[in-house]
Design a protein. Sequence first.
Length: 236
Amino acid sequence: MKEHTLEVIETIRRTPMSRSVRLKKPDGFSYLPGQWARITVAAEDGPQGKPLSLSSSPTEPFLEFTKRISQSSFSQAIAGLEKGDRVQLKGPAGNLTYTGGIEKVTFIAGGIGITPLRSILKYLADNRVEGKKVFLYGNLSVEETAWHEEIQGWEKEDPDLTVVHVLEKPPEGWAGFAGFINSRIIAESVPDLLDQTYYVSGPPPMVNALGKALDELRIPMERRITEKLEGYEGML
């Protein structure tokens, strides 16, 4: 994987607990929607690097990664980045990619596990890719739902996209699903269950739980593409 030194364009507060960092895209840099890269930043105790999914789409003129901010040294270094700072990026890599061609596809994410799927869904929206699409997105609350307004825009523009939000702590009067994404919610939200291809992204415990839910629904393994985002355990 090639390594680049990239300048920070801006940082964006996605939710109260997460930040996006936009970087200048190098000339000729190409990647597939859904891929990740290793990001290295200067921290108090020396340079630290971790793999992070690119939340930007290849259709956008910048590179972006998004992270939930914890108290770790790496996380705090990300939170402290400002315009003009520089980071190291090594990549891209990863096989959770999609550019179209599947008649029926379901995307499932929890919390900031949306990052590779945001890359994919933005790509599909920008290119008006055809095909029935369902997006199941689980979060703690409306406030902690990253790209909430953007997702609403995709659904309005694409009649083939159905978005289902699942909230652990829904607001008063919430008419949608509450709790965590499980086999019942999947079965009630996704038509033609056995004909779908499933893209699942999130912290390992969530991906494992969703694997069991898909087992209950008898979804074949060959119809599942998963990404376990290490380091986000317990931080949906």
